[in-house]
Design a protein around this ligand. Structure first.
Ligand SMILES: Nc1nc2c(ncn2[C@@H]2O[C@H](COP(=O)(O)OP(=O)(O)OP(=O)(O)O)[C@@H](O)[C@H]2O)c(=O)[nH]1
Ligand SMILES: [Mg+2]
Length: 391
């Protein structure tokens, strides 16, 4: 009898040990799905595909699964969601492109200014060079007058000194005191940004590049494809977004009302607690009144939901002075707060920076220096002038 009780006791003990062991081993596996659920609800499933756990882990998110598991699962996702380049030092990295496209300008100016005798003909040539760079008539005359005065007073042809003078005068013209920061923070709601401009200037590309900049700065972003003119436009934007795990709000119907898509995007951004909502719009010529009205409506409708913090006008630097007309009309319709000057890698007409700021008081905030995903840099006056005069 005693023996039977002992056997029963041993069996019970073994069963108990087995059950305990099972829970102990499973404990590590039961928890992660719960945590994963918490993680996705925090970030929103669309915001970051679930396979992207490795990157979240790199961000110091402790809510994801155990490291070995995360690594094993993250591997196939790596090519899908990219890590954008840091923003700091971008202009320095892209400087070579600016130098390459502008060094004719810088070199010829310096050569002209370093001559033994700067007569009226030389001053005319200097003026012509500045006008060719799209500096605009008024700033050109002003700059030439200032330089004339300094060269006469200081009586120098020393290239280094002349270069310093030119550097100082160009910097003053571009105005380093302007606030070029983007409004990407708003209290208790997403900051809303509208991106506008004529056809093909690089709006969608800029929205895509900028989404990467914001992701690199740990901001959550929602994109709105308010270019409903072509189905391909929404696809183009979605592709940019998905490369960095950013959701895009778009319409399934081609030709849908862009204002309602923009409104939806802002609503979605508010709901998923994004830091920034960026709305891409269709290209439109500034002289097409109905299209400009449509743009005005997009902004007004968005304003029913949220303040618009930034209206970025994208200008193609290669179109030169025409950019000025575009800027004037767009400003009247949607109150532009910043300029993105694209394609500066392919032109020596960066002088438009000065012309636009002068005429409209709107600062150039970003410059595009190539088609690559990270070829967008914050505009920095000093570095810009440095690059113009290098050579
Ligand atoms: N070289 C160079 N190309 C650029 C730059 N920015 C944009 N592009 C190119 O310009 C072309 C047009 O860019 P998109 O972003 O589609 O222009 P968009 O303004 O959205 O065009 P629409 O929506 O049709 O009005 C693309 O081939 C881009 O790669 C830049 O800074 N440098
Ligand atoms: Mg576009």
């Amino acid at each position: 009898m005693d023996f039977d009780v002992l056997i029963l006791f041993i069996i019970l003990a073994l069963v108990l040990a087995g059950v305990l062991g099972f829970f102990l081993v499973q404990g590590g596996r039961i928890l992660p799905p719960e945590k994963r659920e918490k993680y996705t609800s925090q970030r929103d499933e669309d915001d970051l595909p679930p396979e992207d756990e490795k990157e979240a882990e790199e961000d110091g998110d402790t809510l994801v699964a155990a490291p070995e598991e995360a690594e094993a699962e993250a591997e196939p996702a790596e090519p899908e969601v990219e890590t954008p380049e840091p923003v700091a030092g971008r202009l320095a990295r892209l400087r070579a492109r600016l130098v390459k496209s502008n060094n004719v300008f810088g070199k010829s100016l310096l050569a002209l200014l370093s001559q033994d005798k700067i007569d009226d003909d030389v001053w005319d040539e200097i003026e012509e060079t500045l006008l060719m760079a799209d500096l605009g008539t008024e700033p050109t005359l002003e700059l030439v007058d200032r330089l004339k005065e300094r060269v006469t007073v200081e009586g120098t042809q020393d290239t280094a000194k002349v270069k310093d003078m030119l550097h100082e005068e160009l910097t003053a013209l571009i105005d380093p005191s302007l606030d070029r920061r983007l409004s990407v923070t708003a209290e208790g709601r997403p900051a809303v940004m509208l991106v506008v401009g004529v056809n093909g200037v690089g709006k969608t590309t800029t929205v895509g590049k900028l989404a990467r900049v914001l992701v690199a700065e740990d901001k959550s972003v929602t994109l709105g494809a308010a270019d409903t003119f072509r189905a391909a436009a929404a696809e183009q934007l979605t592709t940019w977004g998905s490369r960095v795990g950013v959701p895009t709000v778009k319409s399934d119907t081609e030709g849908a009302d862009p204002a309602s898509v923009a409104f939806e995007a802002v609503s979605e951004g508010i709901e998923n607690e994004s830091d920034v909502v960026m709305i891409d719009t269709a290209g439109r010529l500034q002289n097409k009144a109905n299209l400009m009205d449509e743009l005005g409506k997009v902004k007004r409708v968005v304003e029913k939901k949220s303040e618009v913090d930034e209206v970025l006008l994208v200008l193609d630097a290669t179109t030169g002075q025409n950019g000025l007309n575009q800027a004037k009309v767009f400003s009247e319709v949607v109150d532009v707060s910043g300029i993105v000057l694209t394609k500066l890698d392919g032109t020596a007409r960066g002088g438009i920076v000065v012309a636009i700021q002068r005429q409209l008081g709107v600062p150039v905030k970003l410059i595009g220096l190539g088609e690559g995903a990270d070829d967008l840099a914050p505009f920095e006056t000093e570095k810009f002038v440095d690059a113009l005069l290098e050579g």
